[in-house]
Ligand binder design. Structure first.
Ligand SMILES: CC(C)(COP(=O)(O)OP(=O)(O)OC[C@H]1O[C@@H](n2cnc3c(N)ncnc32)[C@H](O)[C@@H]1OP(=O)(O)O)[C@@H](O)C(=O)NCCC(=O)NCCS
Length: 178
């Protein structure tokens, strides 16, 4: 039995950040020491608990990006993970279903995730769109400039509206990648 909580980033306490860091460190190779986000902090997070233990998380940036002739509002997912000891039990599926259900109640256009693990996302209805993109590079906690190149086999897009037509010709993230 799992409990999925959704918290604004500013509501998350120091002890919870410590637990999030431990989870990210276990789930991703070489996660930056002491950090709970890779590039920029999310607007809110989903935290998955079983018996008070944190076993999964998903950060969400609420962002407007440019695609197909105008601004599109998106949920940008970051650091989606389930603790290795709890994987392959359908928990990731339950977490992504909750994110999709919440996003579907909004007037947003897309959910976007950037990942090499695109099979997980396509299994729940995301589409992979190779797309020319522009984004801001951050390194060592500093802005480094803009990059413009094609993202291949990693840009997963979930349309939230029937008329949301992703244009692979060009997308400007108007900030960092997630
Ligand atoms: C990817 C991850 C979140 C999946 O979570 P999980 O709880 O193990 O996934 P589930 O048990 O809910 O599996 C859901 C479905 O996705 C499939 N799936 C899981 N991981 C997958 C992957 N890496 N590639 C392709 N399919 C995958 C499962 O086979 C399952 O399909 P089925 O219902 O047909 O059997 C988890 O393996 C993880 O945290 N990995 C490390 C962090 C990571 O790489 N995150 C990237 C974001 S996807």
């Amino acid at each position: 039995m799992i409990d999925i909580k959704r918290l604004a980033e500013w509501e998350i306490k120091k002890e919870q950040h410590e637990a999030i860091h431990q989870l990210l460190d276990k789930s991703f190779n070489g996660y930056p020491k002491g950090k709970t986000f890779f590039r920029q902090q999310p607007a809110f997070r989903y935290l998955v608990y079983t018996e008070e233990m944190l076993i999964g998380q998903c950060g969400v940036e609420s962002r407007a990006i440019y695609n197909n002739g105008g601004l599109r509002r998106i949920f940008g997912l970051s650091d989606f993970c389930i603790h290795p000891e709890h994987q392959n039990q359908g928990i990731g599926q339950q977490l992504i279903s909750r994110v999709i259900a919440d996003a579907a109640k909004t007037d947003y256009d897309y959910i976007i995730s950037l990942t090499a693990e695109d099979g997980f996302y396509t299994s729940v209805g995301f589409e992979v769109h190779d797309t020319f993109c522009r984004w801001l590079i951050l390194a060592d906690d500093k802005s480094f400039g803009l990059v413009h190149r094609k993202l291949e086999d990693c840009l997963c897009v979930y349309p939230l509206k029937s008329d949301a037509n992703w244009d692979p010709g060009f997308a400007d993230f108007l900030g960092t990648l997630f």
